[in-house]
Design a protein around this ligand. Structure first.
Ligand code: SF4
Length: 269
């Protein structure tokens, strides 16, 4: 059983050859110091939000007395101010008046599809009898557009798996991204879901996995490389593997401007 994540699907869809280089041959370039710093910040933010949700002392690492840095404290305080409704359900009063609501932090769901195993981990999942809200903390600086987010495999897979593994109708499910580092205050983007999108996502996953299965067989039995994306798609510009692919020298090409959710500081616990 091969495990697949949303970032692997995203890469596979953008360019199968890149998927081969990164995930089969482990040729990823190392993160630069700024990316590492951002990753650590994002990881700590997720950890703190989980500790908070579980009612544990908030801190980082094994020493829970370690104080949070000002940046982190500011981001958490701004989120509490901008979205008190997100946290009021933790209060005893709210739990008494909304006994059917349930909250789970870092909640995993797994689904097997066509011999591949998908696991998603929801930063926060808030459910009631007739609704399910997926909450995702995003820790990069600027919010992304709703149209862009809707097309990302994180959004598609998170919504798809919840609809596929529970009794919620797609129309009862939403996914909300909170961009917690946006200044002056955090911003949210909510993506709605419905049966039509669910069917479309199912079709897309099915086709992508069929192509992956064929490519893997050719790679393993005949040593054939995965296909390269057309240069017209624009993905080769700034790609780390441009020189290897004969698509130009990375140093002489401008960086890609479109962000990839998979590159955004994130952790799964
Ligand atoms: S340079 Fe282009 S073809 Fe090669 S891995 Fe990157 S995106 Fe794919």
């Amino acid at each position: 059983m091969i495990h697949l994540s949303q970032s692997q699907l995203q890469t596979l869809e953008a360019c199968p050859r890149k998927f081969q280089y990164i995930y089969l041959e482990q040729l990823s370039p190392p993160l630069d110091p700024l990316q590492q710093e951002s990753l650590i910040w994002g990881s700590n933010f997720h950890l703190i939000m989980q500790q908070r949700e579980l009612g544990l002392p908030v801190g980082i690492g094994s020493d829970q007395r370690v104080s949070l840095d000002a940046d982190m404290q500011g981001a958490i305080a701004a989120l509490l101010t901008a979205a008190p409704e997100l946290f009021e359900s933790q209060s005893q009063h709210h739990q008494k008046t909304n006994p059917e609501q349930s909250r789970r932090a870092e909640y995993p769901i797994t689904l097997e599809l066509q011999g591949y195993l998908f696991t998603v981990i929801y930063d926060l999942l808030i459910t009631a009898p007739d609704s399910a809200q997926i909450i995702d903390w995003k820790t990069h600086q600027k919010p992304l557009k709703s149209d862009f987010l809707s097309q990302q495999w994180q959004t598609k897979l998170y919504l798809y798996l919840l609809a596929a593994t529970t009794n919620y109708a797609p129309e009862q499910i939403t996914m909300t991204y909170w961009f917690v580092k946006n200044s002056p205050q955090p911003q949210q983007v909510t993506i709605a879901y419905n049966q039509e999108i669910h069917q479309q996502t199912h079709q897309e996953i099915t086709e992508l996995l069929q192509e992956l299965t064929t490519s893997l067989e050719d790679y393993q039995t005949q040593g054939l490389d995965f296909s390269q994306v057309s240069p017209k798609a624009g993905h080769c510009v700034g790609c780390s593997f441009a020189a290897r692919c004969g698509r130009g020298d990375r140093a002489s090409t401008p960086a890609i401007t479109l962000p990839n959710l998979a590159d955004i500081a994130e952790i799964t616990l």
